[in-house]
Every structure is written in C-alpha cells, then in structure tokens.
Design a protein around this ligand. Structure first.
Ligand SMILES: Cc1cc2nc3c(=O)[nH]c(=O)nc-3n(C[C@H](O)[C@H](O)[C@H](O)COP(=O)(O)OP(=O)(O)OC[C@H]3O[C@@H](n4cnc5c(N)ncnc54)[C@H](O)[C@@H]3O)c2cc1C
Ligand code: SF4
Length: 528
C-alpha cells in the first residue's frame, strides 16, 4: 500500500493508537517536529483534524480549492467581524495555503525575546545551522527574474525609484511552473509545503499520520498527560462521525497552529485554571491592501507571489519623546485571485463592478503590521468550547495601519497606477499621491477595512514563570512533565518577518527537548 496518511474511512476497527510521541497538527510546527523525531527512530504519530488532499487532487480552481486548503473558506473572523482569519486545515496545515516567502528570524528580535521575555536556547547562534538545514531541505532561494510577474517587476522598480530599502524575497519552491496558484495549493508539488516535504519525509522514516482525527481532551494524572481522546471527522460532511479514538503516548506535543493551539489548551479545564497567561498576548500581523488600476495588463494571479519585498520599514521609528513616527511592517506586491479580489472590493454597486470588470489591469500592494506589543489581543473559549478572538486595534496600531496604507498607496502610484483603491467599506479612491491625507480619515473599526490575519502567534507565550507565560524555554507547558507546544503560539511577540522559518526552527529545538525527555539526543547538524 502507498505510504499515505490514514483517513476517516480507515477508523471503524481502530479504538486505540499508541506511540512514544503524539503530535497534534501537521503544519510547519508539527510536521517539522515529527520529522526530526522520526529521524532519530522515535515512534511518532501525527493527528490532523483536516483532510488529506494530495497535490494531484488540486484542480487550480479557486473556489473548489478554498474548500480544501482554506479553513472555513477563509470567512471566519475575529469576534467583532473586523479581521478575516486565514489558515489551513488539512494535512500540511497552512503551508499548503501559504506564499512560501522564507525569512530567517532577525537577530534583533531573537535578542529581544531573550532579554525581555527570558527565552533561552533560541538565539541566533543556536538557530543559524538549523536555518541552513531548513533552507536546504526546502530549496529556499531568490526567484529568477523570469518568475517576476508584471506587478512584482513594477513594484521592484518603484521601490528603487522611491529610494526605499528593498530586496528579493527568498522562497521555498522547487521546479516552479509559474502558474500562480500557490494560495490554492500547488498542483505539481513545487511549492515546498509540509504536504510535500516534512510529512512524507517523516512517514518514510516510520511516523504515522492520522488525518480526519481531531484532538479533544487530555486525561491528566499528577504532572503528566496520560492519554488523549480524539474524534473522527467524517470528511464528507466535515463533522464528527460520533466515533472516538484514544491516543496513549509518553509525550504529547500541541502544534495546532496560532489560532487553535491556545483555544485547544483553554478547552482543557486543568490548564485553563492553572495558567493565567493562556490565550493572552495574542497577535496576528494585521494585513491591509491597496489595489491599483494600471494602464497596462497586470494579471495579478499569475507567477509566484511576492518575489520582491521592502524590509526598510520593518522596525518602527519613534521621535525623541517616544511617539510613533513611521514603520513597523513589511510591504510586498499583492497577489490575489479573482474570487478573493471580489470580496476585498467593498460594495455591490456599479463602482465595485467597474473594478472587477477591469480586473486584468488591477494590480496592488499589501503589507502587514508587526503587532504593537502593548496592544495585543486575546484568544478565549466560550462555555461551549468555541474559540473567540478579541483584538483591540489600539491607538498605536491604528497609526501604524494608516502609515502602512499610505506606503502601499504610494508604491502603487510610483509603479504607474492611475487610480488607487483602498479595501475599505467606502472603497476610498485616490488619484494621486497628493491625496494620501484622505487615509487619515479612514476609521479602523469593525468591518470598515478589509483586514486579513495570516500569521497568528502568541497565546502560549514562552517565558520563565507560569504567572506570565505558558511554556518554559524547553517548550514544556509549566506544571506538566510531558506536554509541549511547538508552533508560533510560543512566540512572545511577532517575529517581525513572515513566520514559517522561525516556526520550523523552533520545532527543531522543541524536538531536541522531546527527544531528551525520552533519553535520546538529536544528531548534531553540520556547523552546530
Ligand atoms: C495566505 C497565507 C499566506 C502565507 N504566506 C506566508 C509566507 O509567504 N511565508 C511565511 O513564512 N508564512 C506565510 N504564512 C503563514 C504560515 O503559512 C503559517 O504561519 C504557518 O504555516 C503556520 O504553521 P503552524 O504549524 O503553526 O500551523 P498550521 O500550519 O495552521 O498547522 C496546524 C494544523 O493543526 C491542525 N489542528 C488544529 N486543531 C487540531 C486538533 N484539535 N486536532 C488535530 N489537528 C488540529 C490544523 O488543521 C492544521 O493543519 C501565510 C499564511 C497564509 C494564510
Ligand atoms: S507558482 Fe509555482 S509554486 Fe506556485 S502553484 Fe504555480 S507552480 Fe506551484
């Protein structure tokens, strides 16, 4: 039989799964960790509540694919409807949906996590050989000029003309055909998602993957989680089938992703009561868009996204009195398929229809905020166990968003756009850079501005004490000997760049601690 994940159709006669390590989630965090453990011969299982869809099942149709790769079709929002939560729910996790931009964590951010939040053993020196290994495994490289679509090229030239600090963005691809369907899942497996990298690599080394199986409740004895109950999801209806399976393991690792790990742990009463920081300090890189109408064809949905980016505004600038002046975000050319463009263009009137009718000439830019550490949000669960997400959009966050909107409008005009439209409810339109002041009038309030959240983090912050953090620096949940977290939930703040490489790097370190708890060591990496 082919080495593929187990699925709901296989579970009728299965009541118990046993393993040395049980990993919940098959994304960058979980699959990478499982691969590192399997490499050492550690008996590892992955539970994944989403379905298994091989690349060969992807049909490149945006609406079909959104049902497979985009959890809740990308339509789930924060409590007040202000923000679209985008993540994956399938074998391979969000990486099947992602753009594959691959940034190493900046040294200044790792130093800040160490100095301000007490994170140990995750410094630039520890991570350098790990990042080398990940980049080699995922074929991370700058894209050749051939792969730049018209918007990427116009954006790059505009950034040069504006004198901003930009650079080609390294990406995780191999044998890319330039189709532009990365967000819908790459049908030829060129995008180096976990579906085509760590998941099959871990399985080839003996790890077992159980798709359509949702982790639900731990049983605890003293300082240990002894077993986990999981529900089978009937993939045809995306609902629990009623059957449950018990997983018995020596160690459990939660890697259910930034939106779901805090919610899952909060649904465990013992943890909710013992860990006051659980769910707190949550961030999500609020992401905004400016669409531009160009005199020439752009065809925004072809070739890979974001080949070039602006890092010059990554860190915010403050005046002598400490007031925010500028920055705190990354900018890239936008890449959006027609369906998603449709729901980011506000309204149903002739003006909205006009933009959609000119779609082939619509380009744009996007950018996302490195969340302000003083204005973070919170994940909670309601009495039925449903996730709730509250994000305050505090005063500094609003200033940063307006500054970011001005930058993405500016780069559109510099690139040649004749009209720029912001993705707000009023569809604010500008016809020249002189009108950027109109952005100060845009209200950042629930539902008024199209804001997406592609990079959740926090909620299980790493630190030194159970008073203000959830895990210690070995990724172990405070107060328990055999429960670990390995995904961006442990980040004390955002990493200030796209997070996938940081998530995977942290999973290598977490795998070392889990192996150590089993009396084993990971083989040293070259250069370590
Ligand atoms: C559109 C988009 C573009 C992006 N582009 C980039 C990019 O270019 N570069 C970059 O670095 N990052 C990018 N990101 C972010 C990046 O993809 C994610 O941060 C990363 O993939 C998250 O990995 P993870 O392991 O933390 O979580 P996930 O990949 O979300 O994995 C968690 C898995 O756990 C499963 N799960 C959840 N709860 C349970 C449960 N109870 N039981 C069993 N399984 C469960 C989920 O179904 C999911 O498959 C992008 C994200 C999006 C949405
Ligand atoms: S652009 Fe390249 S990586 Fe993206 S879906 Fe097409 S072939 Fe795959």
């Amino acid at each position: 039989m082919a080495n593929i994940p187990h699925q709901y159709t296989d579970y009728d006669s299965l009541d118990t799964i046993t393993a040395e390590v049980c990993v919940i989630g098959s994304g960058c965090g979980g699959a990478t960790l499982a691969y590192k453990l399997a490499e050492e011969g550690i008996d590892t299982v992955i539970l994944e509540k989403g379905g298994y869809y091989p690349s060969s099942s992807f049909d490149n149709r945006e609406l079909n694919q959104s049902g497979k790769v985009d959890a809740e079709r990308g339509l789930t929002t924060s409590n007040d409807g202000s923000t679209y939560l985008t993540y994956g729910e399938l074998v391979g996790g969000t990486s099947v949906h992602y753009w594959a931009d691959s940034y190493r964590t900046p040294g200044d951010r790792l130093a800040q996590w160490h100095d301000q939040y007490g994170v140990a053993g995750h410094g630039a020196a520890q991570l350098a050989p790990i990042f080398d290994d990940i980049e080699k495994r995922l074929h991370v490289a700058e894209m050749e000029p051939f792969y730049y679509n018209r918007m990427n090229a116009l954006f790059r030239d505009a950034v040069h003309a504006l004198g901003w600090e930009g650079a080609p963005v390294k990406q995780a691809r191999r044998g890319c055909a330039g189709s532009g369907h990365c967000m819908q899942g790459c049908a030829i497996g060129a995008k180096q998602s976990q579906l085509v990298t760590s998941v099959p690599a871990a399985m080839a080394l003996g790890a077992r993957v159980y798709a359509d199986l949702r982790a639900e409740a731990f049983a605890f004895e003293g300082r240990r989680a002894t077993q986990l109950t999981a529900s089978v999801i009937d993939r045809r209806r995306n609902r629990p089938s009623g059957k449950q399976i018990v997983v018995k393991a020596k160690h459990f690792v939660v890697a259910a992703g930034g939106f779901n790990t805090p919610a899952f742990l909060l649904s465990q009463r013992r943890l909710r009561e013992a860990l006051p920081a659980l769910g707190k300090h949550f961030g999500m890189n609020p992401t905004v868009f400016a669409h531009g109408l160009f005199p020439e064809p752009i065809t925004l949905w072809r070739k890979p996204p974001a080949c070039y980016g602006v890092e010059g505004f990554r860190l915010p600038r403050h005046d002598a009195a400490g007031n925010y002046v500028e920055g705190g975000y990354l900018l890239v050319p936008n890449q959006i398929q027609p369906g998603l463009m449709g729901y980011s263009v506000g309204g149903f009137d002739d003006g909205a229809a006009d933009w959609m009718a000119n779609l082939s000439h619509v380009g744009g830019a996007t950018g996302w905020l490195d969340d302000c550490p003083d204005e973070l949000g919170e994940i909670r669960v309601d009495p039925r166990g449903q996730r709730e997400l509250a994000y305050p959009y505090g005063p500094t966050t609003q200033k940063m968003l307006r500054d970011l909107l001005k930058k993405i409008a500016t780069v559109n005009f510099q690139a040649g756009a004749t009209r720029v439209m912001l993705a707000d409810l009023r569809r604010t339109e500008l016809t020249s850079m002189d009108q950027l002041g109109a952005i100060d009038q845009i209200e950042v309030k629930p539902g008024n501005l199209f804001i997406a959240a592609p990079h959740p983090f926090g909620g299980c912050r790493m630190g030194q004490s159970a008073r203000d953090s959830v895990t210690d620096s070995s990724h172990r949940v405070h107060g328990l000997d055999n429960l670990f977290v390995a995904d961006p939930s442990v980040f004390p703040t955002g990493p200030s760049v796209d997070p996938s490489i940081t998530i995977m790097g942290f999973s290598y370190i977490a795998a070392g601690h889990v192996a150590q708890a089993l009396g084993q060591r990971l083989a040293p990496l070259p250069g370590a």
